[in-house]
Design a protein around this ligand. Sequence first.
Ligand SMILES: [Zn+2]
Ligand SMILES: [Zn+2]
Length: 196
Amino acid sequence: MEQRILHGNLTPHDIAQALIARFNRGNLRAQQIGDEEQVIVQIATRHGASSGGQTATTITLQAVEDGISVGMGKQEWLGVAASLGATAIAAMRNPFNLLGRLDDLAQDIENLQINQQVWETITHVAQIKGATYELSERLRRVVCEYCLAANPVGEANCIACGAPLGLAQPRTCPRCGFVIKAGEGVCPNCRRALPF
Ligand SMILES: [Zn+2]
Ligand SMILES: [Zn+2]
């Protein structure tokens, strides 16, 4: 399961709607289950699709503090692999057989890219809504341990009482949006090495 967090004014419903508009057509079928807090979107090959092998993927959208968490399961691709295999075998026997499977081949290649297209769709909606993998302005506050004043991120000392704010500054992984603690050199979520 690959997980990313988007910070900003974004709801699970916003993403679910965009995914269904994008994927519920052609040989694919997309549906959503859930409520306002958590929505699950399933994208699968339509039963009796005219071309290509079977595939399915599940996206879990969860409301979190000031944004949403997006989890994507590994795409099931066994049906696609079997279909690609049939195409290869047919071509070995007689190259002219490939002509009869061009539709399948095109659909299989498209199916293999569903997860990538899902991330593209989500990133697109996030851009429109102004959400990013970075902390939103509303979370860009460091609370002083001594006087509880809210300080902007980056201040070395509390603007109210002057106490040192130390390493309490939050930041996020630039790839997946996971909130990183001070001193962490690798993102605990996606394992990306982080700049200091
Ligand atoms: Zn203070
Ligand atoms: Zn990360």
